[in-house]
Design a protein around this ligand. Structure first.
Ligand SMILES: NC(=O)c1ccc[n+]([C@@H]2O[C@H](COP(=O)([O-])OP(=O)(O)OC[C@H]3O[C@@H](n4cnc5c(N)ncnc54)[C@H](OP(=O)(O)O)[C@@H]3O)[C@@H](O)[C@H]2O)c1
Length: 291
């Protein structure tokens, strides 16, 4: 196998128009990757693509995708696959924190719907393109918030039982991200596809700033002077996309540039398998890497 370099690799990143995703895209373009940013709003996406091209000196493609709609994810995956015979790096980065209960167009609780189910479906649909690359990486942007839950009932998904709390919904979705990345690594063993999850650090972005998360939004604003910049927050995603020899650490969780031990629940293989099967049922896709 040839040594891994990012130059000339095909990269797709969700949430590539803002925050950590935009900074990650910009750095990977600068290092010579052919990057597509997944965006839910065409105008915001075009504006970000122009800014990235100016900063990085090379163009970036834009793919419209709304992770809150399985129909949109399917249509976007088809368009991407039609134009790209292979995909070397898939970065599942987009994320939301909603202070009030919302649902996706499919009726899923929106935080887990966008942060986990949309990404699970996208990765499943693009898996043949990842496999075609021979050696490929899936990088899931999770969060240290995944440490918060002390239980995770996957049978409740994609709904919500009891009083909704934004932090609990967010933490659960991020636990799903870490479980997904670890289970993908196990299932894809021997296929040339590796999988990682990460915590980027506390980063000054627009997350939790949509006005319905008063307390968290306020704390976020107050904390901003100590937070990382988006470029600093992108460093772990960039590291996992570019590091030449990291395949032997497939399945692991990284926090701020270093391998880190995920929570007890995130290390529960049986839970990861149950979440995988439940996710297949919910998004209506048999996602069977390695078979
Ligand atoms: N910031 C932190 O301190 C921190 C800490 C731990 C983990 N993270 C994780 O880092 C990732 C990036 O977050 P960020 O901090 O950079 O936040 P951000 O600035 O709010 O960016 C989030 C991105 O996700 C996109 N997005 C939201 N809903 C979407 C949908 N339905 N379909 C497609 N894209 C959608 C947004 O698009 P629009 O611009 O159209 O809204 C935006 O591009 C998230 O997964 C987050 O959980 C962040």
């Amino acid at each position: 196998m040839e040594p891994w370099t990012i130059e000339g690799r095909t990269v797709m990143i969700t949430g590539g128009n803002a925050g950590i995703g935009r900074a990650t895209a910009s750095e990977l373009v600068r290092r010579g990757a052919d990057v597509t940013i997944g965006v839910r709003d065409r105008d915001r996406g075009e504006a970000a693509a122009e800014a990235i091209a100016r900063e990085a000196g090379r163009p970036v493609d834009v793919l419209e995708i709304d992770l809150a709609s399985t129909a949109s994810v399917r249509a976007a995956a088809d368009r991407f696959a039609a134009g790209h015979p292979r995909l070397d790096v898939l970065i599942l980065n987009a994320g939301v924190f909603y202070g009030r209960h919302r649902t996706t167009t499919d009726g899923f609780e929106a935080t887990v719907g966008i942060n986990h189910f949309g990404h699970f479906l996208l990765a499943g649909l693009l898996f043949p393109r990842l496999a075609a690359a021979g050696s490929a990486r899936v990088i899931t942007v999770a969060s240290s918030a995944h440490h918060r839950p002390d239980a995770f009932d996957v049978d409740v998904l994609p709904g919500w039982r009891g009083r909704y709390r934004g932090m609990d919904a967010y933490a659960r979705s991020k636990l799903a991200n870490v479980l997904f990345a670890a289970e993908l690594a196990r299932r894809a063993e021997g296929t040339g596809i590796s999988s990682f999850s990460l915590h980027p650090g506390m980063v000054s972005t627009r997350i939790a700033q949509d006005g319905d998360t008063m307390l968290v939004g306020l704390l976020w604003k107050l904390g901003r002077f100590r937070f990382l910049t988006p470029a600093e927050g992108a460093a772990t995603s960039v590291l996992l996309a570019t590091e030449p020899e990291i395949e032997d650490r497939s399945g692991r969780y990284f926090a701020e540039g270093k391998e880190s031990r995920p929570s007890r629940l995130a290390r529960d293989r049986e839970l990861a398998q149950r979440l995988w099967r439940r996710s297949e049922e919910i998004v209506g896709l048999r996602f069977r890497p390695g078979r």
